[in-house]
Each structure stands twice: as C-alpha cells, then as structure tokens.
Design a protein around this ligand. Structure first.
Ligand code: PHE
Ligand code: ZN
Ligand code: ZN
Ligand code: ZN
Length: 296
C-alpha cells in the first residue's frame, strides 16, 4: 500500500475549515457548508476518473446528501466499500469529527487513482450526510439498496474521528475479543479487525478494541449482516492513566476535548494520529481489495 501524504490530508482539512468559515462556521445537515463539502470532494474524485453520484434524502425538513464514488473495474459482485460521514454538528466546523475521516478516505481514493489500482474487488467510497442526526444518510443508503445490490457488498470500512488531539488507537472490536460492544459483528468483521491490527503492529503502535455497537455509520451495515470494521481515536471519553502509559498524551483529559464544540477546528488535530490512521486505511483497502490472478 502507498504511504498516504499527511500534508495532502491536511490540505483537505484546510479546505473543509475554509468551507465552514465561509458558511456560518459549520458544515451541518441542511446548511450550505454541507453541500459545499460534498461539491469539494466530488470535484476531486471526478477529476481522477471516479464515477460519482449524489443521493438525496430528506430529514428534519432539510435535504441531505450522500456522495457515492465508484472506481471502475474489479468484481462488482464483491464490493469493498469505505465510508466516512461528511457532516458536522451545527456548533462548529467538525474538523476532527469528521473532516478527518472524510479527508483520509479521500486521499486514499486519490491514491487508488494515482496508482491506477486494478484490484480483484470493486472499490466504492462513500461520504455520508446527517450522521450527527442519527446515522440518517448511511441508514437511507442501506434501506434503499435493492437486495441484490446489498448482497454484492462484501465489506464496509468506516472512519469517524481519526485525528483526536489526545489520541487513542482504537479498532472496532468486530470479533468481540476485547469484550466491548454488543457482541461479535457479522462473520468477516474479525478479518477486517485483524487486518487493521496488523498494520498498527507493523509500525509498533499498540491498539485496543472499541465498542462495535453501531455508534457510527457502520451500524446500518452490520444490522443487515455486512461485515464491517474501522478505526477511531476517541471522542468525549477520558484517557485513563494506563492508556496514557500505552499511547502517550494526557491522562484525565478527553481524547477530544473539542468534541462537538466550536473549537473542533484545524488546530484540533493530532498529526501523528491522523498520519498513522490514513496509512492504516490505505493498508486495509489494499490488503482487503485483493490482487487479481495474473492472466494465462
Ligand atoms: N459517531 C460519533 C459522532 O460522530 C463519534 C463516534 C465514532 C463514537 C466512533 C464512537 C465510535 O459524534
Ligand atoms: Zn463523527
Ligand atoms: Zn459527532
Ligand atoms: Zn477484537
């Protein structure tokens, strides 16, 4: 897998910050900063050969949008999907939550194009609307997938908050081996968890499991039996002293003290955490997408 450029990911964060600043300070559902965010991501993907579509839905009397981008090629009966929510809360620009995941998967999608990747599986990327109002965009997408299309999605990877300033290195506990969450996810979630863990092991960073309970956009996928996984660097939870020993940072302080606040700006990002997670996403996509058998 390629090494994802931290400065490229951060350039996307700056664009999302500028979009929020120009649109009343946020990128929330039903606000102009949300649609501007969709247009920014879409234009980047269209320029490098993705097939993009915007799916509209209505929630709370406002129109929401999911952006879906397909990389041409691969086995369309075996789709590897990667997603992040693109909306913020109304309180602020949502740079860690979740411009971080949105920018990281965007840069991975652009790396797919730059390397002209031709994997065994078909790759699809998604940027979800209205996650902050209850996973509305991802739920709408799953609800409106014809049964045959749903069956073609083999795996879903989710990234929500991957640059928390007082970061932890959490991997969704798909096999429930850490005993957190509400039990193991669909069979196949364990393979995703192990693939992500293998990346962090390779760079010498310990990980811990985190609840696989549906508190982000993978929820609608696992509820219909699609294996899923992802990473998370922590939200309002407080870093314990043992976690500070494990990962560094500050015990007794939230992983993200600006969670859902106006101060979730471009200064609310831990570059090391963002860089490691972007590289982990690329590793997972490359490993899980598979290499086609050579011809002959
Ligand atoms: N979905 C939560 C939010 O956007 C954040 C979160 C992500 C919490 C992953 C737990 C696990 O506010
Ligand atoms: Zn979030
Ligand atoms: Zn949030
Ligand atoms: Zn586990």
């Amino acid at each position: 897998a390629p090494d994802i450029s931290l400065s490229n990911v951060k350039a996307h964060l700056s664009q999302f910050q500028s979009i929020a600043t120009a649109n009343g300070g946020n990128r929330a559902h039903g606000r102009p900063g949300y649609l501007a965010s969709v247009n920014y991501v879409r234009s980047q993907l269209d320029a490098v050969g993705y097939t993009t579509a915007v799916q509209s839905f209505t929630y709370n009397g406002a129109t929401g949008y999911n952006l879906i981008a397909d990389w041409p090629g691969g086995d369309t009966d075996d789709v590897l999907m990667t997603g992040a929510h693109l909306d913020s809360v109304t309180a602020g620009p949502g740079i860690n939550d979740n411009a971080s995941g949105s920018a990281a998967i965007l840069e991975v999608a652009l790396a797919v194009a730059r390397t002209d990747l031709a994997p065994e599986k078909h790759l699809r990327f998604a940027w979800w609307g209205a996650e902050e109002l209850g996973l509305r965009g991802s739920q709408y997408y799953v609800n409106n997938l014809p049964a045959a299309e749903q069956a073609r999605i083999g795996q879903y990877l989710n990234f929500d908050m991957v640059g928390s300033p007082n970061a932890g290195y959490f991997v969704y506990d798909g096999d429930n081996s850490d005993g957190v969450g509400s039990g193991p996810g669909p069979a196949g979630s364990a393979q995703i968890e192990q693939t992500i863990q293998a990346y962090f092991t390779s760079i010498g960073v310990p990980t811990r499991g985190t609840d696989f309970d549906g508190r982000s956009d993978y929820g609608p996928f696992i509820r219909v039996g699609i294996p899923a996984g992802g990473t998370f660097t922590g939200a309002e939870g407080i870093k314990s002293s043992s976690q500070a020993t494990l990962w560094g940072g500050t015990a007794g302080t939230a992983f993200d003290p600006c969670y859902h606040r106006a101060c979730d700006t471009t200064t609310n990002i831990n570059d090391t955490a963002l860089n490691r997670n972007a590289d982990a996403i690329a590793y997972a996509v490359w490993e899980l997408a598979g290499t086609p058998a050579p011809p002959g």
